[in-house]
Design a protein around this ligand. Structure first.
Ligand code: ATP
Length: 362
């Protein structure tokens, strides 16, 4: 039995298909992030789960019980909206109490549950403050308290950090993660920010054009993207078209446009359709002096010319021209004495070669 399950969900706005047959599950206590570019259908999925839009087909269930027919207020799902959406004319206590009042909870129970939740988010002393008197972090905690005070079976977070500047986002993200870990509540968060998804999600579902391309842990998606789209959406990647390949038991020998033969780890089920692109993460590429021997295991080695070097504090990014290709490498250690326009070698291991297709759909 799955804790929470979305099965074959489809939603159209008129002729436009916003969600095309998506399925996923969330385990008890798990945080799943829906990640994808603007317009891919994340918010529509969230709203279908919350009951604000009615999908044309598909099933949404909690503990194998369909909730599709229930109105939003009877689904027992907590929602934290974009920018927190606190009621400006209500104090903190009343903001948090709102969902309980809507559910006609007895007055003394409201009192005790709101107090308990405010204690959990460490805002008991702000119960009578108005939202405008709170810092951004405090507002986030009120929004969180308001979403969880009803003891929801699932928590939905809709781009909770949009419109915050970069430093504040980071602080809020860490704080929210602590709160979520404290409650161990099944959570679905929508975001278009890959770093946020990786930091918060136990697993990530990458969406594109109404489809889910891939679901997995942040590590799985980063190290083994099932498509060029996922590889490029999560972090940066060098992308090289594959002309053809020879599959062997020890390696796949790729004929890469503009580079030559590149080795990748063997894959039993490799086909032409699955081998359209070679992806190599910049941080997996080592820069070497042309005369230096390649370190053990770095079987893919090519000579090139250093085109550009950017110092970014903790790391340095380099662009190297190898035959017809421009290759990005990033590292905190580079050989001494590199200078622009001079020969340099690049090398990476067989397992850093990711062989993939364009996109799993369309
Ligand atoms: P964003 O990150 O920009 O919020 P999203 O991934 O959440 O994007 P959705 O809001 O789910 O995307 O929208 C998916 C698609 O459906 C978009 O192309 C959008 O224009 C379209 N859409 C959303 N709501 C409606 C509506 N009420 N009527 C018609 N089309 C809609």
């Amino acid at each position: 039995m799955q804790y929470f399950r979305v099965e074959r969900l489809v939603h159209r706005f008129g002729d436009f298909v916003a969600i095309q047959d998506i399925s996923f599950d969330i385990r008890a206590g798990e945080r799943l992030c829906l990640l994808g570019p603007s317009g891919c259908g994340k918010t529509t999925t969230l709203q279908a789960i919350a009951g604000f839009v009615t999908p044309q087909s598909g099933t949404i269930s909690i503990l194998d019980e369909p909730i599709d027919a229930l109105p939003p207020e009877r689904r027992n799902i907590g929602i934290m909206f974009q920018n927190y959406a606190l009621f400006p004319h209500m104090n903190v206590f009343d903001n948090v109490a709102f969902g309980l009042k809507m559910r006609k909870t007895p007055r003394n129970e409201i009192q005790s549950r709101v107090s308990e939740t405010l204690r959990f988010v460490q805002l008991e002393h702000k119960a009578s403050s108005m939202p405008s008197q709170l810092s951004g972090g405090e507002q986030q905690r009120v929004a969180f308290a308001r979403a969880v005070v009803i003891r929801p079976r699932l928590l939905l977070l809709d781009e909770p950090f949009s419109n915050l500047d970069a430093r504040l986002r980071l602080a809020m993200r860490e704080e929210l993660l602590e709160l979520l870990k404290g409650l161990e509540i099944a959570t679905l968060m929508v975001t278009h920010d890959q770093e946020e998804a990786m930091a918060i999600g136990d697993r990530i579902a990458v969406m594109r054009s109404g489809y889910i391309c891939q679901i997995g842990t942040p590590q799985e998606l980063y190290q083994k993207p099932n498509s060029r789209f996922v590889g490029e959406f999560l972090g940066s990647s060098n992308v090289f078209p594959i002309k053809d390949f020879r599959a062997g038991t020890d390696a796949i020998r790729l004929n890469v446009a503009g580079i030559g033969e590149v080795l990748a780890d063997p894959e039993p089920d490799i086909t032409e359709q699955l081998a359209q692109y070679l992806l190599v993460r910049p941080e997996r590429i080592r820069l070497l002096s042309p005369s230096a021997p390649a370190p053990d295991g770095l079987t893919n080695r090519f000579d090139g010319v250093l085109e550009n070097l950017t110092f970014l504090g903790p790391k340095v990014e380099a662009r190297i021209r190898v035959a017809d290709q421009s290759v990005q490498a990033s590292s905190d250690t580079f050989p001494a004495g590199l200078s622009l326009g001079q020969p340099v070698s690049i090398a990476w291991s067989q397992d850093a070669s990711v062989v993939t297709r364009d996109a799993p759909h369309g």
